[in-house]
Design a protein around this ligand. Structure first.
Ligand code: RB5
Length: 143
C-alpha cells in the first residue's frame, strides 16, 4: 500500500501518478492536498512520512513544486529515507543502496511521462540487502 501526498505545486503531477497507480491496481491513500489552492508542503510531507514510518504503508510518494521542501520535511521523521529523484538511475540506485522508503518528485521540474517511469522504477526495485548498504543505513539512524 502506497501513501501519496503533495502540496499545491505537486498536485497536478500527483493526479497523473494516481492515474498510473489505479491503472496498475496498486493500492494507495492520498494524504492531500486536494486542490491547487496554496498550502504548506511540511504538513503533507510529515503526514506521508509518519504513515510510512509507523509501518502502515510500505512506501510513500511525495510531490511539491521542486520536491525539495517536501523531502526535507519527510526526512525529519525517524525511520524515513526520502529520496528526491528526477531520473530512473537515481530511483533504482536509491532503492538498491539506500532502501529509500519514500520517493520525492518535483511537479514543476519534470513531466508526467518521466515521473511515471521513475515511480515504476522506484516501486519495482528491491533493496540489494548487501552488508555494506545495511551498515550505512544503520548509521543513518544513529544520533
Ligand atoms: C510552493 O510554491 C513551493 O515552494 C513548493 O511547492 C516547493 O517547491 C518547496 O520546496
Amino acid at each position: 500500500m502506497i501513501a501519496i501526498g503533495s502540496d499545491h505545486g505537486g498536485y497536478d503531477l500527483k493526479q497523473e501518478i494516481i492515474r498510473y497507480l489505479e491503472e496498475h491496481n496498486i493500492e494507495y491513500k492520498d494524504f492531500g492536498c486536494h486542490s491547487t489552492d496554496s498550502c504548506d508542503y511540511p504538513e503533507f510531507g510529515k503526514r506521508v512520512a509518519e504513515a510510512v514510518a509507523d509501518g502502515s504503508y510500505e512506501k510513500g510518494i511525495i510531490i511539491c513544486g521542486t520536491g525539495i521542501g517536501i523531502s526535507i520535511a519527510a526526512n525529519k521523521v525517524k525511520g524515513v529515507r526520502a529520496a528526491l529523484c528526477h531520473d530512473c538511475f537515481s530511483a533504482k540506485a536509491t532503492r538498491e543502496h539506500n532502501d529509500a522508503n519514500i520517493l520525492a518528485l518535483g511537479g514543476r521540474v519534470i513531466g508526467p511521462g518521466l515521473a511515471v517511469q521513475i515511480v515504476e522504477t522506484f516501486l519495482n526495485t528491491e533493496f540489494s540487502n548487501e552488508e555494506r548498504h545495511k551498515r550505512r543505513i544503520s548509521q543513518l539512524e544513529k544520533k
